[in-house]
Every structure is written in C-alpha cells, then in structure tokens.
Ligand binder design. Sequence first.
Ligand code: SF4
Ligand code: SF4
Length: 451
Amino acid sequence: MPKLSRYNHFHAWRDGYYLAFNARSGAVALLDSSNYSTYERLAGKIQTHATGPLTPEEEELLKQLRYGLFACDDDFSELDWLKFEHNRARFNESTLSLVIAPTMACNMACPYCYEGSKQGRMSGETMQAVIDFVKQRAGSLNGLNVDWFGGEPLLAMDIVERLSRSFIDLSETHKFEYTSTIVSNGYLLTPEIIDRLVALKCRAAQVTLDGPSRMHNRKRLLKNGKTSFDAIIRNLQSAVEKMNISIRVNVDKSFSVEVIQELVDELKQADLHKKVWVNFGMLEAATSVCSNIAEDCYGTADFSNVETEYFALLLKEGFRIQKLPAPTSVFCMAQQVGCFLIDPDGDLYRCFNHAGDKTKSAGHISAEIDFHHPEFNRLFRFDPFEDSDCRDCTILPICMGSCPARRAGRNGTPETTCDTWKYNLEPMLEIIALARQQAASAAAAAPQEKS
Ligand code: SF4
Ligand code: SF4
C-alpha cells in the first residue's frame, strides 16, 4: 500500500471544487466534488491499511496522485530525500553564483537603506582577482550566475562590462552556461544601457518602486534632490521589450490597499501591468544603519496578511502573478558553498544585507576560501533538518528553514524566523489558481479574437 505525502495541502475552494497542493513537487491541482469523494475514500483506505482491492476510480486517482508526489511508496522517506537534495545543493561547487557589487556608491538616498553612504569602485586589480577566481574554477563549472548589485551597479557600467566580457569568454572556452541579472534602482536603466546589458547576457532586472509616485518621490529622492519616479517608469517602458522586469515594492506600515491601488493605476496608465512582475518585500531594520525604521516595519504574520491583499488586488487588475510556492533545496546563498557576494574591495560576504560591512566579511577574493571562517559558519551552519519545528513542518520543501540571517540575529520564535508561506499559503494558492485560470481563458480566447 502507498502512503500519502506529508506535504499535501487540500482545501475547499469554490463551486464545490477542492484545491490540492504538494509542497515537495510544487504541483497544484483542482479536484471536483466527485474526485474529492474518491480521494477521501482512497485516503481512508490508505490510512487504515485496508486490504481490499481499490476501485478503478481509486486506482486512476492514485496513479495521478503518485505522479504529482501527493502519494509515494510506504517505505520511501520524503524527509531523507529532502535532506539529501538539501545537502547536495549546499555542497555543490559545479555552479558558481556570484553577487558582485562593482561600486557601493548610489545615486539615491533612501532612509531605510542598510548600506549607509558607502562609496568605492572596484579597482583593476580587484577585477583581475575576480576573473582569476572564476578562471581557477572554470574547468569544473557547469554554470556561472552573476547578480549585479550595489550601491547602484549602473554607476559602474564600465566594470559590469569588463567583468561580463571576461565571464562570457571563459564560458565559451570552458563550455559552461553563463547568465546574469541586475538589481538596480532603475534611474539609469535607459534604452542604451539596456541594449548593452542584453549584449552582456543580462536577462532580468529587479527595480524597486516605493509605492505610487507621490510616495516613491518622497522616499527615494536622488542625491541631487530630484525625484525619480517618472524617469524610472519611462525606462521600464523600454526595458520590458528586451528583459524580464520585476518591480519590488518595499512595504512598511505606511502602505495600504488604497496606496497599492494608486501604484496599480499608475502602472496600468503606463501600460506596464501585463509586462512586469510585481512583488512585495517586507522592510526590515536589517542593520544598525537603518534601525531608525524598526517601528514602521511589519512582523512576518502581519506582512503575510497584507501581502495576500495586495496580490488579490493585482489579480483583480489583470497583473500576472509571479510569487509561487516553489520547492527549493536551500533558502538562499548563505547556505551554499558555491555562492558569494563580492564588494568593490574584493571582500566576500554570505548575505545581501552585509555588502560592504567589513565586520561581516568572510574572507577575500584573492585568498583561499576559508570554509571555517566564523562569518562563513554563522549563516551556513543552521540546518533545518536539525530543527524539530522545520522537520515537522508541512511546508519545509518550499521554505527550507527560511532566512539564516534572521535566525542568527533573533530569538528564534516562528514569528521572527518562518517564511511568509507559513501564514498565507492557503489564500495565496487560491490567488495563484485563479491567475492560472485567467491565463488559460485568455490563451483559449486569443485565436478566436484573431479570426
Ligand atoms: S541570509 Fe537572509 S537576508 Fe541574507 S541573503 Fe539569505 S535570505 Fe537574504
Ligand atoms: S522556518 Fe518555519 S515555515 Fe520554514 S520550514 Fe521551518 S518551521 Fe516551516
């Protein structure tokens, strides 16, 4: 007899349908009431170890449940399987992922920025050390992913260009895949820069908008005192034709559904709503530099509620929904031996929030990697398979213990450590299922509209 996955999530949806999700496979399915009755009968037989034969309907459903990993062999340990994949990803050195900050300088002065007013550009010597770092590993690489970060990386486009060309040359010589993405405030993402980035195999950009124009222009003033919203929107209108663009909206308690509606209206007016992905980030007082914003920040449970409301609004307004509860082997770069953030001085870090904070550096690009460095271990050592809450958690495959920096810096209650999925999986699945239905209806209607 098979068994049911511990990562199944079933709940009543609408019009008599049931929504089924398995966190290990990421499969989402809709069951009508007849299928759901079959499922309940089958689940009863499985759980009571019934010995009689299954009906043809139960056999057919079981086949489909196995396919989506909703059911597996009785002697199969899902937890062992996840642990193996987690460790494989942790110690994988055949893919190198580098977050490179060519400069820590920025053209904006955001009050919550954890990077303070750092400056500095990568020197020719450090660039060569970065290239040598990749070259030493190139023979055994399957892939190199680079995320351009800062400061504002487009203030150092010449460095992005030089390093990218070297990485592309190495990828062609050693036959590994090279891809890159960029995190930018969008002000310098002009059509000319987009063409240069695309030529350098940069396929996606994440740009931050801090709400509708009236809020964004107040919160994200340029250092010269000018506003930036209109210029960013103009840049995005060109960028969407050539790159994947996601807009991150950093949310604190000053936001509301009405505020997001204003932003949605502005994006629709700019004809961006079907061309960009919008995601919401939870503002956190990540370092002492931005501890002044702590009282304006949401905790995870409250943020999860407002995030769900905002995604429901995006769905209603015809936006595409990017946030998916996807299975992952590790939560982030901090738990992988093949991932590093490199600052303009060549210092190495394990977390986006630590860029340029020398007290958190775990070594230097030109030295041997010290995997026993305290700053390497501080974030690397947390293992969700040694944590009883995570081991028993039914969303472990899509969370994997959540952000290691939150664990390292806080007191370890679920409210401070767990991921947003812990609080909003069910309503978000409904939104995702509706988004898929809308996309399927639009695709089905498209040929009829043409004829
Ligand atoms: S440790 Fe947390 S904050 Fe740092 S990179 Fe990972 S997820 Fe992001
Ligand atoms: S951090 Fe929380 S949500 Fe994530 S796996 Fe652990 S217990 Fe589950």
